[in-house]
Write a new protein. Structure first.
Ligand code: NDP
Length: 331
């Protein structure tokens, strides 16, 4: 299929362009709001065409799908334009700036009959899928709690709009809490009901939060503890799922690489859990392409993107107001 990249971004350059090409896709054109940036991106990455006019690019019938990786405030309008033009859409998280916008995008895709996916890469990893399979097969009994450790150090080349531009969707909550919300939903199959939270700026955020801790309650009564930050160089990442019959410890797995260790602890002892180490973004693209062909669904679909955004925005509101918030999924 022929693709347009919407946004001349780091994530496209570092991960998704390679994943698309690895799946035999033809990345034909890149769109950026700055002509020189579009030209430079196209030249650097060997993309034949570039431009600033999204509507002109979308009017090309040969383009079958778009990958949207602009800053967060642009996703909504760009996705609606692509859907109206009949293109399949792989959209970066967070889907939009509000749950209402995200619901509008997903409804538009459904009405148009195009495939719409959210690029939540963590659920594409072999490690997360292995943890989910252990939970689903009952190996740890009834799930009591999850702990999500996702306090990292934002690399210098990403310290732009994320740390100082609320209008572009900056802040650690839209950046990382959305991923953790998706992880919790993916592992448990449950949509968080309510949240409490505290957030702060601990040295990097200028006008946006760079650190947050929150606690979520799931419909089953299980609890989730989540910690996201941009300012922790040595904290490491990981997740734990604790159940009545066992616990799963997955260390180093909240990352873009297929790395980390998964350990299951039960009354029988400790065992190391093997998992496939495929490329996370390659898997996201493979699942997306299969869905376009009518086989299965994207790794994370539009509804998943709405839900992760809804949880993240509830966390921010809880932290801003100092009150427990019910998660509003809209729609
Ligand atoms: P970048 O900052 O690299 O790019 C985003 C946009 O900002 C670009 O499309 C470009 O806009 C503009 N821009 C970038 N660099 C410059 C520059 N030097 N000068 C002027 N403008 C610039 O963003 P990321 O790749 O980090 O993130 C893009 C999206 O992808 C976000 O929504 C983010 O949340 C998501 N993301 C998802 C990840 C995942 O694993 N799922 C990982 C990382 C990001 P334009 O092209 O319009 O000129």
């Amino acid at each position: 299929m022929r693709w347009a990249l919407v946004g001349a971004s780091t994530i496209a350059a570092e991960h998704v362009l390679g994943a698309l090409r690895g799946a035999g896709q033809d990345v034909a054109v890149v769109q950026s709001n700055t002509a020189s940036r579009a030209a430079e991106f196209a030249r650097t990455h060997g993309i034949a065409a570039f431009g600033t006019d999204l509507d002109a690019i979308l009017s090309e019938a040969e383009i079958g799908a778009v990958y949207i990786s602009s800053t967060n405030e642009k996703h909504h309008a760009q996705a609606l334009a692509a859907i109206a033009a009949g293109k399949h859409v792989l959209c970066e998280k967070p889907l939009a700036m509000s749950v209402a916008e995200a619901n509008q995008m997903v409804a538009a895709a459904k009405a148009k009959g195009v495939t719409f996916a959210t690029n939540h890469h963590l659920r594409c990893s072999g490690s997360h899928r292995a943890v989910r399979d252990l939970v689903a097969s009952g190996r740890i009994g009834r799930v009591l709690s999850l702990r999500l450790f996702h306090a990292v150090h934002l690399p210098g080349h990403l310290q732009g709009w994320r740390i100082d531009n609320p209008a572009a969707g900056g802040g650690v909550i839209p950046d990382i809490t959305v991923h953790d919300a998706d992880v919790a939903r993916f592992l448990t199959g449950e949509d968080p009901v309510s949240v409490v939270a505290e957030m702060t700026s601990s040295g990097m955020g200028q006008g946006v939060e760079d650190s947050v801790m929150s606690v979520w309650t799931l419909p089953s009564g299980a609890m989730v503890m989540a910690h996201e930050s941009f300012t922790h160089p040595f904290a490491g990442s990981g997740l734990e799922v604790h159940g009545t019959e066992g616990s799963i410890f997955a260390s180093g797995v909240m990352t873009q690489q297929p790395v980390g260790e998964v350990t299951l602890v039960t009354a029988s002892g400790r065992e190391s859990v093997p998992y496939p180490t495929h490329n996370l973004y390659g898997q996201a693209v493979a699942d997306f392409l299969a869905a376009v062909e009518g086989h299965g669904r994207p790794a994370a679909d539009g509804r998943d993107g709405i839900a992760s955004l809804a949880v993240a925005l509830a966390v921010r509101k809880a932290a801003a107001t100092g009150t427990r918030q019910m998660v509003d999924y809209g729609g």
